[in-house]
Design a protein around this ligand. Structure first.
Ligand code: FAD
Length: 471
Protein backbone atom coordinates (compact mmCIF):
# COMPACT_ATOMS: atom_id res chain seq x y z
CA UNK A 1 0.00 0.00 0.00
CA UNK A 2 1.31 3.44 -0.91
CA UNK A 3 1.01 6.15 1.71
CA UNK A 4 1.70 9.78 0.81
CA UNK A 5 2.33 12.26 3.61
CA UNK A 6 4.28 14.97 1.80
CA UNK A 7 1.97 18.04 1.54
CA UNK A 8 2.99 18.53 -2.10
CA UNK A 9 1.92 14.99 -2.95
CA UNK A 10 -1.32 15.38 -0.99
CA UNK A 11 -2.33 18.69 -2.60
CA UNK A 12 -3.77 17.23 -5.88
CA UNK A 13 -6.25 15.29 -3.72
CA UNK A 14 -7.52 18.49 -2.10
CA UNK A 15 -9.09 19.73 -5.34
CA UNK A 16 -11.96 19.06 -7.67
CA UNK A 17 -13.62 20.98 -10.49
CA UNK A 18 -15.57 23.18 -8.05
CA UNK A 19 -12.35 25.04 -7.24
CA UNK A 20 -13.32 24.85 -3.54
CA UNK A 21 -10.51 25.90 -1.26
CA UNK A 22 -10.24 24.60 2.28
CA UNK A 23 -9.44 20.90 1.93
CA UNK A 24 -7.14 19.31 4.44
CA UNK A 25 -5.70 15.82 4.94
CA UNK A 26 -2.62 14.42 6.59
CA UNK A 27 -2.22 11.42 4.31
CA UNK A 28 -3.33 9.78 1.08
CA UNK A 29 -3.52 6.01 1.10
CA UNK A 30 -3.46 4.05 -2.16
CA UNK A 31 -4.31 0.38 -1.60
CA UNK A 32 -3.18 -2.11 -4.21
CA UNK A 33 -5.67 -4.84 -3.34
CA UNK A 34 -9.06 -5.27 -1.69
CA UNK A 35 -7.34 -7.06 1.21
CA UNK A 36 -5.04 -4.08 1.79
CA UNK A 37 -8.00 -1.71 1.73
CA UNK A 38 -9.92 -3.87 4.19
CA UNK A 39 -7.07 -4.31 6.67
CA UNK A 40 -6.28 -0.60 6.56
CA UNK A 41 -9.92 0.28 7.34
CA UNK A 42 -10.14 -2.28 10.16
CA UNK A 43 -7.50 -0.42 12.18
CA UNK A 44 -8.21 3.12 10.98
CA UNK A 45 -9.63 5.71 13.37
CA UNK A 46 -9.42 8.80 11.14
CA UNK A 47 -12.01 10.50 8.93
CA UNK A 48 -11.95 8.93 5.44
CA UNK A 49 -12.71 10.63 2.12
CA UNK A 50 -12.70 8.61 -1.09
CA UNK A 51 -11.03 10.23 -4.09
CA UNK A 52 -12.37 9.59 -7.57
CA UNK A 53 -10.98 11.45 -10.55
CA UNK A 54 -11.65 14.89 -9.06
CA UNK A 55 -14.05 16.12 -11.76
CA UNK A 56 -16.89 16.57 -9.25
CA UNK A 57 -18.48 20.01 -8.89
CA UNK A 58 -19.56 19.98 -5.23
CA UNK A 59 -16.27 19.45 -3.35
CA UNK A 60 -17.55 16.08 -2.16
CA UNK A 61 -14.20 14.42 -2.65
CA UNK A 62 -12.31 17.19 -0.87
CA UNK A 63 -11.48 16.09 2.69
CA UNK A 64 -12.08 18.30 5.71
CA UNK A 65 -9.51 16.39 7.68
CA UNK A 66 -8.01 12.90 8.17
CA UNK A 67 -7.15 10.53 5.37
CA UNK A 68 -7.91 10.31 1.65
CA UNK A 69 -8.22 6.85 0.14
CA UNK A 70 -7.58 6.76 -3.57
CA UNK A 71 -8.65 3.63 -5.41
CA UNK A 72 -6.62 4.66 -8.47
CA UNK A 73 -5.09 1.17 -8.74
CA UNK A 74 -8.58 -0.34 -9.17
CA UNK A 75 -8.98 0.81 -12.76
CA UNK A 76 -9.59 -2.45 -14.58
CA UNK A 77 -12.08 -2.50 -17.46
CA UNK A 78 -13.25 -6.08 -18.08
CA UNK A 79 -14.48 -7.55 -21.33
CA UNK A 80 -18.11 -7.00 -22.25
CA UNK A 81 -20.15 -10.15 -22.50
CA UNK A 82 -23.89 -10.56 -23.05
CA UNK A 83 -24.49 -6.87 -22.47
CA UNK A 84 -22.63 -6.80 -19.15
CA UNK A 85 -19.23 -5.44 -18.15
CA UNK A 86 -17.29 -5.48 -14.85
CA UNK A 87 -15.17 -2.44 -14.07
CA UNK A 88 -13.02 -1.19 -11.23
CA UNK A 89 -14.22 2.01 -9.55
CA UNK A 90 -11.26 4.03 -10.85
CA UNK A 91 -11.88 3.07 -14.49
CA UNK A 92 -12.54 6.28 -16.38
CA UNK A 93 -15.55 6.76 -18.62
CA UNK A 94 -13.05 7.43 -21.44
CA UNK A 95 -11.47 4.00 -20.98
CA UNK A 96 -14.84 2.31 -20.74
CA UNK A 97 -16.00 3.99 -23.99
CA UNK A 98 -12.71 3.04 -25.66
CA UNK A 99 -13.09 -0.59 -24.64
CA UNK A 100 -16.60 -0.66 -26.08
CA UNK A 101 -15.63 1.01 -29.38
CA UNK A 102 -14.71 -2.26 -31.04
CA UNK A 103 -17.85 -4.04 -29.80
CA UNK A 104 -21.55 -3.91 -30.54
CA UNK A 105 -22.14 -2.35 -27.11
CA UNK A 106 -22.70 1.13 -25.81
CA UNK A 107 -22.82 2.61 -22.29
CA UNK A 108 -25.58 5.24 -22.55
CA UNK A 109 -24.85 7.57 -19.60
CA UNK A 110 -22.87 10.48 -21.01
CA UNK A 111 -21.87 12.84 -18.21
CA UNK A 112 -19.83 15.11 -20.53
CA UNK A 113 -16.54 14.83 -18.62
CA UNK A 114 -15.02 11.51 -19.70
CA UNK A 115 -12.15 11.74 -17.21
CA UNK A 116 -14.68 10.98 -14.44
CA UNK A 117 -14.29 7.60 -12.72
CA UNK A 118 -17.04 5.00 -12.59
CA UNK A 119 -16.90 5.13 -8.76
CA UNK A 120 -17.45 8.90 -8.87
CA UNK A 121 -20.31 8.60 -11.34
CA UNK A 122 -22.04 6.05 -9.10
CA UNK A 123 -21.50 8.17 -6.04
CA UNK A 124 -23.10 11.20 -7.71
CA UNK A 125 -25.56 9.25 -9.88
CA UNK A 126 -24.18 11.23 -12.79
CA UNK A 127 -26.31 11.74 -15.87
CA UNK A 128 -25.61 14.26 -18.62
CA UNK A 129 -26.81 14.91 -22.13
CA UNK A 130 -28.30 11.54 -23.07
CA UNK A 131 -30.29 11.07 -19.87
CA UNK A 132 -33.19 12.72 -21.72
CA UNK A 133 -33.91 9.38 -23.36
CA UNK A 134 -31.60 6.85 -21.72
CA UNK A 135 -31.84 7.73 -18.04
CA UNK A 136 -29.13 8.11 -15.40
CA UNK A 137 -26.19 6.07 -14.06
CA UNK A 138 -28.47 4.26 -11.59
CA UNK A 139 -30.37 2.70 -14.51
CA UNK A 140 -27.20 0.94 -15.72
CA UNK A 141 -25.80 -0.55 -12.50
CA UNK A 142 -26.55 -4.24 -12.05
CA UNK A 143 -24.43 -4.98 -9.01
CA UNK A 144 -21.56 -3.60 -6.96
CA UNK A 145 -19.09 -4.78 -4.33
CA UNK A 146 -19.28 -2.41 -1.40
CA UNK A 147 -16.87 -2.00 1.48
CA UNK A 148 -17.98 -0.30 4.67
CA UNK A 149 -15.69 2.07 6.49
CA UNK A 150 -15.08 -0.70 9.08
CA UNK A 151 -13.44 -2.85 6.36
CA UNK A 152 -16.29 -5.36 5.94
CA UNK A 153 -17.78 -5.97 2.53
CA UNK A 154 -20.74 -7.32 0.62
CA UNK A 155 -22.09 -7.60 -2.91
CA UNK A 156 -25.29 -5.70 -3.63
CA UNK A 157 -27.32 -7.10 -6.50
CA UNK A 158 -30.54 -6.04 -8.16
CA UNK A 159 -33.55 -7.51 -6.36
CA UNK A 160 -31.98 -7.28 -2.90
CA UNK A 161 -34.49 -4.88 -1.40
CA UNK A 162 -34.47 -2.85 1.79
CA UNK A 163 -37.27 -5.06 3.14
CA UNK A 164 -34.57 -7.62 4.01
CA UNK A 165 -31.30 -6.93 5.83
CA UNK A 166 -27.93 -7.06 4.04
CA UNK A 167 -25.23 -9.37 5.37
CA UNK A 168 -21.55 -8.43 5.49
CA UNK A 169 -18.32 -10.46 5.44
CA UNK A 170 -18.06 -10.50 9.28
CA UNK A 171 -21.63 -11.82 9.59
CA UNK A 172 -23.15 -8.50 10.71
CA UNK A 173 -26.51 -7.60 9.24
CA UNK A 174 -27.73 -4.10 8.44
CA UNK A 175 -31.41 -3.22 8.55
CA UNK A 176 -33.03 -0.27 6.82
CA UNK A 177 -34.30 2.17 9.48
CA UNK A 178 -37.90 3.29 9.83
CA UNK A 179 -38.15 6.47 7.78
CA UNK A 180 -41.02 8.26 6.12
CA UNK A 181 -38.80 10.34 3.80
CA UNK A 182 -39.21 9.72 0.06
CA UNK A 183 -37.05 11.18 -2.70
CA UNK A 184 -38.72 13.59 -5.12
CA UNK A 185 -40.09 12.12 -8.32
CA UNK A 186 -38.30 14.46 -10.76
CA UNK A 187 -34.73 13.83 -11.97
CA UNK A 188 -32.81 14.18 -8.73
CA UNK A 189 -29.39 13.67 -7.15
CA UNK A 190 -30.01 15.55 -3.91
CA UNK A 191 -29.59 13.43 -0.78
CA UNK A 192 -30.10 9.68 -0.50
CA UNK A 193 -32.43 7.92 -2.89
CA UNK A 194 -35.29 6.54 -0.78
CA UNK A 195 -38.36 4.81 -2.17
CA UNK A 196 -40.54 2.04 -0.71
CA UNK A 197 -39.28 -1.47 -1.42
CA UNK A 198 -36.26 -0.20 -3.37
CA UNK A 199 -33.01 -2.08 -3.91
CA UNK A 200 -30.18 -1.46 -1.43
CA UNK A 201 -28.01 -0.80 -4.48
CA UNK A 202 -30.11 2.25 -5.34
CA UNK A 203 -29.48 3.73 -1.90
CA UNK A 204 -25.71 3.43 -2.32
CA UNK A 205 -25.85 4.98 -5.80
CA UNK A 206 -26.01 8.73 -5.35
CA UNK A 207 -24.90 8.63 -1.71
CA UNK A 208 -22.18 11.28 -2.22
CA UNK A 209 -19.32 9.12 -0.89
CA UNK A 210 -20.91 8.81 2.56
CA UNK A 211 -22.30 5.27 2.97
CA UNK A 212 -19.82 2.80 1.48
CA UNK A 213 -16.96 2.36 -0.94
CA UNK A 214 -17.56 0.89 -4.40
CA UNK A 215 -14.76 -1.58 -5.14
CA UNK A 216 -16.21 -3.32 -8.22
CA UNK A 217 -19.14 -2.43 -10.40
CA UNK A 218 -21.14 -4.48 -12.90
CA UNK A 219 -22.74 -2.33 -15.58
CA UNK A 220 -25.51 -3.02 -18.03
CA UNK A 221 -24.76 -2.12 -21.66
CA UNK A 222 -27.08 -1.45 -24.58
CA UNK A 223 -26.69 -2.25 -28.26
CA UNK A 224 -24.86 0.62 -29.93
CA UNK A 225 -26.93 2.78 -32.30
CA UNK A 226 -25.65 2.38 -35.87
CA UNK A 227 -25.47 6.17 -36.15
CA UNK A 228 -26.63 9.44 -34.67
CA UNK A 229 -28.28 12.29 -36.52
CA UNK A 230 -26.97 15.34 -34.82
CA UNK A 231 -26.84 19.07 -35.15
CA UNK A 232 -26.23 22.36 -33.42
CA UNK A 233 -29.14 24.64 -34.21
CA UNK A 234 -28.74 28.36 -33.78
CA UNK A 235 -31.49 30.88 -33.08
CA UNK A 236 -31.43 34.66 -33.31
CA UNK A 237 -33.50 34.99 -30.11
CA UNK A 238 -33.37 32.91 -26.94
CA UNK A 239 -37.17 32.75 -26.75
CA UNK A 240 -37.30 31.20 -30.25
CA UNK A 241 -35.03 28.43 -29.06
CA UNK A 242 -37.26 27.80 -26.01
CA UNK A 243 -40.34 27.59 -28.27
CA UNK A 244 -38.52 25.13 -30.48
CA UNK A 245 -37.55 22.98 -27.47
CA UNK A 246 -41.17 22.96 -26.34
CA UNK A 247 -42.27 21.96 -29.82
CA UNK A 248 -39.74 19.18 -30.24
CA UNK A 249 -40.61 17.65 -26.87
CA UNK A 250 -44.27 17.44 -27.87
CA UNK A 251 -43.92 16.42 -31.51
CA UNK A 252 -45.55 13.30 -32.93
CA UNK A 253 -43.28 13.35 -35.99
CA UNK A 254 -41.95 9.78 -36.25
CA UNK A 255 -38.46 10.93 -37.29
CA UNK A 256 -37.95 13.32 -34.41
CA UNK A 257 -36.99 11.31 -31.35
CA UNK A 258 -33.80 12.79 -29.88
CA UNK A 259 -31.78 11.33 -27.02
CA UNK A 260 -30.00 14.63 -26.23
CA UNK A 261 -31.25 18.20 -26.09
CA UNK A 262 -28.61 20.58 -24.78
CA UNK A 263 -29.03 24.35 -24.46
CA UNK A 264 -26.60 27.27 -24.75
CA UNK A 265 -27.60 30.85 -23.94
CA UNK A 266 -26.07 33.87 -25.63
CA UNK A 267 -23.37 34.26 -22.97
CA UNK A 268 -22.33 30.63 -23.53
CA UNK A 269 -22.07 31.36 -27.26
CA UNK A 270 -20.05 34.52 -26.63
CA UNK A 271 -17.49 32.46 -24.72
CA UNK A 272 -17.53 29.60 -27.25
CA UNK A 273 -16.95 32.00 -30.17
CA UNK A 274 -13.30 32.29 -29.09
CA UNK A 275 -12.84 28.59 -29.86
CA UNK A 276 -15.50 28.02 -32.52
CA UNK A 277 -15.18 31.06 -34.76
CA UNK A 278 -17.87 29.96 -37.23
CA UNK A 279 -20.79 30.34 -34.79
CA UNK A 280 -23.25 32.57 -36.74
CA UNK A 281 -22.82 36.19 -35.69
CA UNK A 282 -26.53 36.77 -35.12
CA UNK A 283 -26.98 33.64 -32.99
CA UNK A 284 -28.24 34.38 -29.47
CA UNK A 285 -28.83 30.79 -28.37
CA UNK A 286 -28.25 27.24 -29.56
CA UNK A 287 -29.51 23.71 -29.16
CA UNK A 288 -27.33 20.62 -29.59
CA UNK A 289 -29.36 17.51 -30.40
CA UNK A 290 -28.61 13.86 -31.11
CA UNK A 291 -31.07 11.33 -32.46
CA UNK A 292 -30.04 7.67 -32.16
CA UNK A 293 -30.62 5.40 -35.18
CA UNK A 294 -30.50 1.60 -35.00
CA UNK A 295 -30.64 0.46 -38.65
CA UNK A 296 -28.44 1.87 -41.35
CA UNK A 297 -31.41 1.88 -43.74
CA UNK A 298 -33.29 4.23 -41.38
CA UNK A 299 -30.56 6.86 -41.42
CA UNK A 300 -31.28 8.73 -44.68
CA UNK A 301 -35.08 8.87 -44.29
CA UNK A 302 -34.62 10.09 -40.71
CA UNK A 303 -32.11 12.72 -41.81
CA UNK A 304 -34.55 13.92 -44.45
CA UNK A 305 -37.28 13.90 -41.83
CA UNK A 306 -35.14 16.20 -39.68
CA UNK A 307 -34.39 18.56 -42.58
CA UNK A 308 -38.09 18.82 -43.44
CA UNK A 309 -38.97 19.40 -39.81
CA UNK A 310 -36.34 22.12 -39.39
CA UNK A 311 -37.54 24.01 -42.47
CA UNK A 312 -40.71 24.90 -40.58
CA UNK A 313 -38.87 26.26 -37.55
CA UNK A 314 -36.97 29.43 -36.67
CA UNK A 315 -33.58 27.68 -36.53
CA UNK A 316 -31.07 29.73 -38.52
CA UNK A 317 -30.22 28.37 -41.97
CA UNK A 318 -26.51 28.37 -41.14
CA UNK A 319 -27.07 25.92 -38.26
CA UNK A 320 -24.73 22.91 -38.26
CA UNK A 321 -25.70 19.32 -39.09
CA UNK A 322 -23.19 16.49 -38.57
CA UNK A 323 -22.00 14.90 -41.81
CA UNK A 324 -19.62 12.42 -40.22
CA UNK A 325 -18.50 10.89 -36.95
CA UNK A 326 -15.82 13.53 -36.63
CA UNK A 327 -18.52 16.24 -36.78
CA UNK A 328 -20.39 14.44 -34.00
CA UNK A 329 -17.18 14.35 -31.96
CA UNK A 330 -16.69 18.07 -32.60
CA UNK A 331 -20.26 18.77 -31.39
CA UNK A 332 -19.51 16.88 -28.18
CA UNK A 333 -16.35 18.97 -27.80
CA UNK A 334 -18.48 22.09 -28.29
CA UNK A 335 -20.77 20.92 -25.47
CA UNK A 336 -17.87 19.96 -23.20
CA UNK A 337 -16.00 23.22 -23.89
CA UNK A 338 -18.45 25.52 -22.10
CA UNK A 339 -18.09 24.08 -18.54
CA UNK A 340 -14.36 23.67 -19.15
CA UNK A 341 -13.97 27.33 -20.17
CA UNK A 342 -15.94 28.43 -17.12
CA UNK A 343 -13.98 26.20 -14.76
CA UNK A 344 -10.71 27.53 -16.20
CA UNK A 345 -11.94 31.09 -15.76
CA UNK A 346 -12.88 30.37 -12.13
CA UNK A 347 -9.45 28.84 -11.47
CA UNK A 348 -7.67 31.76 -13.09
CA UNK A 349 -9.63 34.24 -10.98
CA UNK A 350 -9.38 32.01 -7.86
CA UNK A 351 -13.17 31.99 -7.67
CA UNK A 352 -15.09 29.06 -6.12
CA UNK A 353 -17.68 27.88 -8.60
CA UNK A 354 -21.19 29.18 -7.94
CA UNK A 355 -23.11 26.93 -10.27
CA UNK A 356 -26.65 25.62 -10.08
CA UNK A 357 -27.81 22.10 -10.90
CA UNK A 358 -31.57 22.57 -10.50
CA UNK A 359 -34.35 20.87 -12.46
CA UNK A 360 -38.13 21.28 -12.55
CA UNK A 361 -41.01 19.10 -13.76
CA UNK A 362 -41.72 19.55 -17.51
CA UNK A 363 -44.86 21.54 -16.92
CA UNK A 364 -42.73 24.43 -15.60
CA UNK A 365 -40.15 24.49 -18.40
CA UNK A 366 -41.16 27.84 -19.93
CA UNK A 367 -41.88 29.42 -16.52
CA UNK A 368 -38.36 28.45 -15.49
CA UNK A 369 -36.77 29.94 -18.61
CA UNK A 370 -38.55 33.30 -18.28
CA UNK A 371 -37.98 33.41 -14.54
CA UNK A 372 -34.24 32.75 -14.89
CA UNK A 373 -33.84 35.35 -17.60
CA UNK A 374 -35.74 38.05 -15.71
CA UNK A 375 -33.95 37.46 -12.42
CA UNK A 376 -30.50 37.11 -13.93
CA UNK A 377 -30.73 40.08 -16.27
CA UNK A 378 -32.01 42.40 -13.55
CA UNK A 379 -29.31 41.31 -11.08
CA UNK A 380 -26.47 42.95 -13.00
CA UNK A 381 -24.25 39.94 -12.20
CA UNK A 382 -22.44 38.27 -15.08
CA UNK A 383 -23.77 34.78 -15.75
CA UNK A 384 -23.93 31.90 -18.23
CA UNK A 385 -26.74 29.35 -18.70
CA UNK A 386 -26.36 26.00 -20.46
CA UNK A 387 -27.26 22.36 -19.99
CA UNK A 388 -29.69 19.51 -20.17
CA UNK A 389 -32.76 21.33 -21.34
CA UNK A 390 -34.48 18.08 -22.38
CA UNK A 391 -34.73 17.29 -18.66
CA UNK A 392 -35.63 20.91 -17.74
CA UNK A 393 -32.27 20.87 -16.03
CA UNK A 394 -29.98 23.84 -16.63
CA UNK A 395 -26.71 24.96 -15.11
CA UNK A 396 -26.48 28.64 -14.27
CA UNK A 397 -22.95 29.78 -13.55
CA UNK A 398 -22.82 33.06 -11.64
CA UNK A 399 -19.64 34.97 -12.42
CA UNK A 400 -19.69 37.83 -9.91
CA UNK A 401 -17.02 40.41 -9.24
CA UNK A 402 -15.43 39.89 -5.81
CA UNK A 403 -17.71 42.51 -4.17
CA UNK A 404 -20.86 40.86 -5.61
CA UNK A 405 -20.29 37.30 -4.35
CA UNK A 406 -22.81 37.56 -1.51
CA UNK A 407 -25.33 39.19 -3.90
CA UNK A 408 -24.89 36.16 -6.19
CA UNK A 409 -25.59 33.81 -3.29
CA UNK A 410 -28.72 35.79 -2.39
CA UNK A 411 -29.90 35.53 -5.98
CA UNK A 412 -29.15 31.79 -5.94
CA UNK A 413 -31.33 31.40 -2.81
CA UNK A 414 -34.15 33.31 -4.49
CA UNK A 415 -33.99 31.00 -7.51
CA UNK A 416 -33.96 27.95 -5.21
CA UNK A 417 -37.14 29.08 -3.46
CA UNK A 418 -39.00 29.36 -6.76
CA UNK A 419 -37.67 26.04 -8.11
CA UNK A 420 -38.81 24.33 -4.90
CA UNK A 421 -42.23 25.97 -5.23
CA UNK A 422 -42.46 24.20 -8.58
CA UNK A 423 -41.57 20.86 -6.93
CA UNK A 424 -38.14 20.89 -8.50
CA UNK A 425 -34.80 19.82 -7.08
CA UNK A 426 -31.70 21.76 -6.13
CA UNK A 427 -29.46 19.03 -7.56
CA UNK A 428 -30.35 16.82 -10.49
CA UNK A 429 -26.92 15.31 -11.15
CA UNK A 430 -23.97 16.69 -9.18
CA UNK A 431 -25.07 15.78 -5.66
CA UNK A 432 -24.90 17.95 -2.53
CA UNK A 433 -21.29 17.55 -1.41
CA UNK A 434 -20.07 20.45 0.69
CA UNK A 435 -21.40 23.26 -1.49
CA UNK A 436 -25.16 22.74 -1.60
CA UNK A 437 -26.01 21.77 1.98
CA UNK A 438 -27.86 25.01 2.70
CA UNK A 439 -30.09 24.52 -0.34
CA UNK A 440 -30.62 20.85 0.48
CA UNK A 441 -31.92 21.84 3.90
CA UNK A 442 -34.27 24.34 2.23
CA UNK A 443 -35.45 21.55 -0.04
CA UNK A 444 -36.14 18.76 2.44
CA UNK A 445 -36.37 20.45 5.89
CA UNK A 446 -34.85 19.52 9.28
CA UNK A 447 -37.06 16.50 9.92
CA UNK A 448 -35.98 14.81 6.68
CA UNK A 449 -32.33 15.53 7.40
CA UNK A 450 -32.75 13.74 10.75
CA UNK A 451 -34.21 10.75 8.92
CA UNK A 452 -31.40 10.70 6.36
CA UNK A 453 -28.88 10.83 9.18
CA UNK A 454 -30.54 7.71 10.61
CA UNK A 455 -29.73 5.95 7.32
CA UNK A 456 -26.14 7.20 7.46
CA UNK A 457 -25.82 5.89 11.04
CA UNK A 458 -26.72 2.36 9.95
CA UNK A 459 -23.74 2.26 7.58
CA UNK A 460 -21.28 4.49 9.38
CA UNK A 461 -22.28 5.03 13.02
CA UNK A 462 -19.23 7.22 13.74
CA UNK A 463 -19.77 9.45 10.66
CA UNK A 464 -16.24 8.74 9.45
CA UNK A 465 -16.85 8.44 5.70
CA UNK A 466 -17.21 11.51 3.48
CA UNK A 467 -17.45 13.85 6.46
CA UNK A 468 -18.96 17.23 5.57
CA UNK A 469 -20.96 15.93 2.61
CA UNK A 470 -24.78 16.26 2.63
CA UNK A 471 -25.04 16.91 6.42
C1 FAD B 1 -16.36 19.89 -17.61
C2 FAD B 1 -17.25 19.08 -16.72
C3 FAD B 1 -18.48 18.66 -17.19
C4 FAD B 1 -19.31 17.89 -16.38
N1 FAD B 1 -20.52 17.48 -16.87
C5 FAD B 1 -21.30 16.66 -16.14
C6 FAD B 1 -22.54 16.18 -16.66
O1 FAD B 1 -22.93 16.47 -17.78
N2 FAD B 1 -23.27 15.36 -15.88
C7 FAD B 1 -22.87 15.01 -14.61
O2 FAD B 1 -23.58 14.26 -13.95
N3 FAD B 1 -21.73 15.48 -14.09
C8 FAD B 1 -20.93 16.28 -14.81
N4 FAD B 1 -19.76 16.75 -14.29
C9 FAD B 1 -19.40 16.44 -12.90
C10 FAD B 1 -18.52 15.21 -12.67
O3 FAD B 1 -17.86 14.78 -13.84
C11 FAD B 1 -19.33 14.08 -12.07
O4 FAD B 1 -19.87 14.51 -10.82
C12 FAD B 1 -18.58 12.79 -11.84
O5 FAD B 1 -19.49 11.81 -11.47
C13 FAD B 1 -17.49 12.86 -10.77
O6 FAD B 1 -16.65 11.71 -10.89
P1 FAD B 1 -15.16 11.71 -10.30
O7 FAD B 1 -14.56 10.38 -10.54
O8 FAD B 1 -14.39 12.85 -10.79
O9 FAD B 1 -15.47 11.86 -8.76
P2 FAD B 1 -14.82 12.81 -7.65
O10 FAD B 1 -15.07 14.23 -7.95
O11 FAD B 1 -13.42 12.41 -7.39
O12 FAD B 1 -15.72 12.37 -6.40
C14 FAD B 1 -17.11 12.58 -6.39
C15 FAD B 1 -17.73 11.80 -5.24
O13 FAD B 1 -17.60 10.40 -5.49
C16 FAD B 1 -17.07 9.75 -4.34
N5 FAD B 1 -16.39 8.54 -4.81
C17 FAD B 1 -15.47 8.44 -5.81
N6 FAD B 1 -15.12 7.15 -5.97
C18 FAD B 1 -15.84 6.43 -5.07
C19 FAD B 1 -15.91 5.04 -4.74
N7 FAD B 1 -15.17 4.13 -5.37
N8 FAD B 1 -16.76 4.66 -3.76
C20 FAD B 1 -17.52 5.57 -3.09
N9 FAD B 1 -17.48 6.89 -3.35
C21 FAD B 1 -16.64 7.31 -4.33
C22 FAD B 1 -16.15 10.80 -3.72
O14 FAD B 1 -15.88 10.52 -2.36
C23 FAD B 1 -17.02 12.03 -3.90
O15 FAD B 1 -18.00 12.06 -2.87
C24 FAD B 1 -18.90 17.54 -15.07
C25 FAD B 1 -17.65 17.95 -14.61
C26 FAD B 1 -16.84 18.72 -15.41
C27 FAD B 1 -15.49 19.14 -14.90
Amino acid sequence: MICKTDPQEISPYLKDASNYIGGNADKVVIPESIEELSSFLKTNTQQITIAGAGTGLTASRIPETGCVISLERFDRVGNPENGIIDVGPAASLANLYKKLEATEYFYPPNPTETLASIGGTLSTNASGSRSYKFGVTRDYVLEADIMLVDGNSTTLKRGLTIDSPISFSDGQQLFFPEVTYNSPLCKNAAGYYVRPNMDWLDLLIGSDGTLGIFTRVRLKLEVRPTSFISGILFFSMEEECWDFIDLIKKTNNKFINPCSLEYFDRYSLNRLRKKFTNIPLVAQSALFFENDIYRQSDHDPALEGWFDYLKETSALSDSWMAQSNSDLKRFHEFRHAIPVLLNEENSRLKRTKIGTDMAVPSVHFKDMMFFYKNELESSGIEYVVFGHVGDNHLHINFLPEEQDVSKAHELYSRLVRQILDWNGTISAEHGIGKLKKKYFLMMVGEESVVQLKAIKEVFDPKFILGKGNIF
